[in-house]
Each structure stands twice: as structure tokens, then as C-alpha cells.
Design a protein around this ligand. Structure first.
Ligand code: HEM
Length: 508
């Protein structure tokens, strides 16, 4: 039964919808969230599109009050049936996938790992990995004989991604992936190759079908579709590392080498320390985790903890390459503070902060999400809708798509230059009431109880890597046309190939 308020919503004409794929095929065929931005300009902050495979209309919501309400009520609006099976295949049943009591327990156990204090303690380990990246890139420039004339052109994605993999391994998992060394750990190379395959499978026309068919027939999630298989490969590799960590814990349990909870030292506060303590609790303990849950959280944090930050950071370097004046201003600020900046020093760099926010505004690594209403509800609206008013009645079972970029680039919120990379906008004071509800007025890290658990770490590594690279390397645009597509996360696509963003590098 279609609720009345959905019927009254505006939306794109059915003449541009496919009879079988609705409007969803158009969304997939365009750049990440591009169709939603275009439609939001025409139809406002809440509109409907026709779902594929005769699915009831899907509501697209970018109205600030409505989005805040949906994310604040995470027990009522849960991740949708199209969204969860791919997460399970890729990451397992860890924190990103879990719902209800299971989620609450996992979040309570893992939350303290990313407190301000804990993240501050990760500073020196992050610097070490960032400096390894700086050395690696500067060596490549020095070894390249054509560097004096033209600089060295390389695909920056794989270098940044190796650095963030090393960071998450070191600070969260007590595991050295050595992704940036001359002889990378075999696992690091396997993760990189399987992720690249997964990304490129996700860009193929057939990939559009997978979540849509799963939404219609959930059992298909287990079927041997190429997309589902490629998700499974990533998870299998990362879980293998998890097994080794658990085996080490089993051995250390007897000699008390890992975990250290009974020893004289402070208990380890990284993810693995916390997970292993939750593993050793007696059966029946409320905060006990099974081995399966631990393995799935190791794969969850390995993947969401490195590909996301790498994605947004790569696009930010591309923006800096395209705007040399902004890059110069950032470099001048960084150099004026000298080397060896402490955690507290880093917080003082205003322009760095502005560049990071601007990169995360325009290039959120996870640019949209989906929710399913578990009950009937009334959703408040910031802007009233003709024929509906300032509250929207919704029925149980309604699916919502929440694309972030249309909210981040809405000219009525951010002004006429909304689509332009201009960090100086963050140096002006803005009334928070005019911005979306979320970190810094952005939805980049989502909002509400299910916001990104790792946002403090993401912002700190973003800043440390930028500070470290910008003092010795100049990034130059290659002029190559780069498309932004979603394949699990936001991806740069060049000539149809995902995970590719060539940049030209010169020494400062
Ligand atoms: C720029 C980097 C990052 C971005 C843009 C980002 C974005 C997001 C977004 C949008 C969500 C909500 C997903 C949804 O509801 O559909 C999320 C959830 C999550 N993120 Fe991040 N993330 C980043 C980095 C990280 C890092 C570094 C970690 C951990 C080390 C992390 C761990 C998580 C976890 C565990 C969740 C699930 C939280 C829950 O459901 O309780 N993220 N992230």
C-alpha cells in the first residue's frame, strides 16, 4: 500500500525511467550522486524515484531536518536490504553490518578505541607511515631521469592506499603489513590486487544488477555473481590475517604475551587489544565476542579504515594539483610551523584544516547511504513541500537513499561557488543552523549514533599525510580527465578503469 505522502512527492518524469530498471539505471550510469544533485535542484530536499524491478518508489532525501531525523533514529531507520548483503560479503558481520542489540554491543566495546585521547596517542605511528610514503615518493622522483624537465607521473592511488593500510595495521591491529616496503607483505599485495579487481567489477554494467536483485530476492546474495565473489575474495584474504592474530593470541594466552591485561603494563587500547579482551571473557559475559565476530571486525576495520581515507585524500591531492595557488598557500603554512609538529601543533594549522574539510566536503569517500523505515513515522522537514507541509508521513518498509554530495554542494547552503574547491570558505564564520547536521556541517562521516567510528583517526591521518607530503613534493595536474564513480567507495576512474588518478610529482 503506497502511503499518501509518497504519492504527493515530486520526482523525475516516468518518461526517462526504464520500465524495468526505473530511474535507478540512470543513477548508476552517471557520476557518483550526480543525478541526485540534478534532481534535488529541481524537486527540492525530498523527492521520489521509480525503483528497479517494480520496487515501490524510493525516496531521495537531502532536506537537512529529515536527514538529521533519519540518522538520529537509528533503531527505526536501519541499513536497507540492498545495502547489507554486499557489506556482509565484503566485510563480514562486523560493526558496519550489525544492527540492533548486536550493533550496540559491538559499538560499546570498540568505541573507546577512537576517543580523542586514544587517537592522539596514534600520532607518532601515523607520522612514521607518512614519512615512509614521503621517502618512497621522493626516491621515485630522484630516480626518474626525466624529472628535471617534466616531473614524475604516477598513479597516486596505490601509494596513498599502501600508506593508509600500513597506518591502520600499526595503530589498530598491531599488524605490520609492510605495504610500503620494497618487499611488501604478501597479504598487502593481495589486498591491493583483490580490492582493485573488486572496484573494477563494481564499475561494470552488470554490477548495477547485484544490489537490486538482492533487494528483490535476498537469497541471491549467496549466488555466484562476479560482484559477490569479488567481495568475498577481499574478505577471505583479510580474515586470513585475522586468523593468524587469533592464533598468536591463543599461544600468548598461555604465556600472556599478547593482550597484556594481566601484566604490569597498561592494557592495549587498540582494536585488536580490545577485541582480544572481549574474546577472553567468560561465556555469558555481556561484552564477549565470538571468534567469528572478531575476524569480521578485523576485516571490517582493515578495509573501512584504509580505503576510505585514501580515497578522499587522493581526490584532495588532485584538487591541490589543479589549484597551484591553494597548494602554495598550504605549503607556506606548513613550512612556517617547522618540522616535527605535535598533535597539538597540527590543530593550530588553520588553512590545513580548511583544505581537509574542503576535500571531505567535495569528495566524501562514502558518498551516500540507504535506510529502511521499520515503522510508520512522521519526519520533520526544514523546507515545507507543497501539498505536504513541514512534516512527512512515512509507512513502514519505505526505502530512503541519502546522498551526501548534493547537500555538500547545494548553492543555497554554500553559495554560488558550492561546486568549487575553495578552502577559504572555511575561514569565514557560518551559522551552523544553515548547514546539514554532522561533523563540521557535513555528512561525510554520516551522523547520529551510527556515524563513522573512525572519523578522528581519519582526520588526523589526512592532516599528517598532507603536512608530510606537501613540504617536499609539488603536485601537478596531468590534465587527464578523471570521473568520480561509486564502487563500494568513491573511486577515481580514468578511461573506464577505477582506482586510477595520475598525478605529476616534482621536488619542492
Ligand atoms: C575519510 C575517511 C572516512 C570516511 C569518509 C568515512 C565515512 C563513513 C560513513 C559515511 C559511515 C556510515 C556508513 C553508513 O551508515 O552507511 C561510516 C561508518 C563507519 N566507519 Fe568510517 N569513514 C572514514 C574512515 C574511517 C576509518 C579510518 C575508520 C576506522 C579505523 C572507520 C570506521 C567506520 C566504522 C566502524 C563505521 C560503522 C559505524 C557504525 O555503524 O557504528 N571509518 N564511515
Amino acid at each position: 500500500r503506497v502511503p499518501d505522502d509518497v504519492q504527493r512527492l515530486p520526482g523525475p518524469s516516468s518518461t526517462i525511467a526504464s520500465w524495468i530498471w526505473g530511474h535507478e539505471l540512470l543513477v548508476f550510469q552517471h557520476a557518483a550522486t550526480q543525478m541526485y544533485s540534478i534532481w534535488a535542484r529541481s524537486f527540492g530536499g525530498i523527492f521520489k524515484i521509480r525503483g528497479a524491478l517494480f520496487h515501490p518508489d524510493i525516496i531521495i532525501v537531502t532536506d537537512h531536518a529529515a536527514v538529521q531525523h533519519i540518522f538520529a533514529n537509528s533503531d527505526l531507520y536501519v541499513k536497507s536490504p540492498a545495502f547489507r548483503p554486499p557489506i556482509k560479503n565484503l566485510l563480514g558481520e562486523g560493526l558496519v553490518w550489525a544492527e540492533g542489540e548486536d550493533w550496540r554491543r559491538q559499538r560499546k566495546i570498540l568505541g573507546p578505541v577512537f576517543s580523542t585521547e586514544s587517537v592522539k596517542e596514534m600520532t607518532s605511528a601515523i607520522y612514521e607511515c607518512a614519512e615512509r610514503l614521503e621517502t618512497r615518493l621522493t626516491n621515485l622522483i630522484l630516480l626518474d631521469s626525466s624529472r628535471l624537465k617534466d616531473g614524475t607521473t604516477l598513479n597516486i592511488v596505490q601509494y596513498i592506499s599502501a600508506c593508509t593500510l600500513d597506518i591502520i595495521g600499526t595503530v589498530a591491529l598491531s599488524h605490520n603489513f609492510s605495504a610500503q616496503s620494497a618487499h611488501p607483505d604478501g597479504d598487502a599485495a593481495l589486498i591491493s590486487v583483490s580490492w582493485a579487481n573488486h572496484v573494477n567489477t563494481g564499475l561494470k554494467p552488470l554490477a548495477f544488477l547485484a544490489p537490486i536483485v538482492v533487494r528483490a530476492i535476498p537469497a541471491v546474495a549467496k549466488a555466484p555473481l562476479p560482484l559477490m565473489q569479488s567481495q568475498g575474495v577481499v574478505k577471505t584474504i583479510v580474515r586470513r590475517i585475522g586468523y593468524r592474530i587469533l592464533e598468536r593470541d591463543n599461544a600468548a594466552g598461555k604465556t600472556n604475551l599478547v593482550g597484556q591485561e594481566d601484566g604490569p603494563q597498561k592494557p592495549r587500547q587498540d582494536i585488536i587489544g580490545v577485541l582480544l579482551r572481549a574474546r577472553r571473557l567468560g561465556n555469558g559475559a555481556l561484552e564477549k565476542l565470538s571468534d567469528e565476530q572478531i575476524l569480521d571486525n578485523i576485516s571490517t576495520f582493515t578495509m573501512v579504515g584504509h580505503e576510505t581515507t585514501a580515497g578522499s585524500l587522493t581526490f584532495t591531492l588532485w584538487e591541490l594539483a589543479r589549484q597551484p595557488a591553494i597548494q602554495d598557500r598550504l605549503r607556506a603554512e606548513v613550512l612556517s610551523y617547522g618540522r616535527d609538529l605535535s598533535y597539538d601543533d597540527i590543530q593550530k594549522l588553520e588553512f590545513l584544516d580548511a583544505v581537509v574539510k574542503e576535500g571531505l566536503r567535495l569528495h566524501p569517500a562514502s558518498p551516500q547511504t540507504e535506510r529502511l523505515a521499520l515503522h510508520d513515522d512522521v519526519i520533520p522537514l526544514s523546507n515545507s513541500v507543497p501539498g505536504i507541509g513541514e512534516a512527512f508521513r512515512v509507512k513502514k518498509g519505505q526505502i530512503f537513499h541519502v546522498p551526501f554530495t548534493p547537500m555538500h554542494t547545494n548553492p543555497s547552503t554554500w553559495g554560488a561557488s558550492a561546486a568549487v574547491f575553495d578552502p577559504t570558505r572555511w575561514l569565514e564564520t557560518r551559522d551552523p543552523a544553515t548547514l546539514p547536521h554532522g561533523w563540521s556541517g557535513l555528512l561525510t562521516f554520516c551522523d547520529g549514533p551510527r556515524n563513522c567510528l573512525g572519523w578522528r583517526l581519519a582526520v588526523l591521518e589526512f592532516k599528517i599525510i598532507l603536512v608530510t607530503l606537501i613540504r617536499s613534493i609539488v603536485f601537478v595536474d596531468t590534465g587527464v580527465s578523471v570521473e568520480e564513480k561509486i564502487s563500494s567507495t568513491l573511486q577515481p576512474v580514468v578511461d573506464g578503469k577505477g582506482g586510477v588518478l595520475p598525478l605529476c610529482l616534482k621536488l619542492v
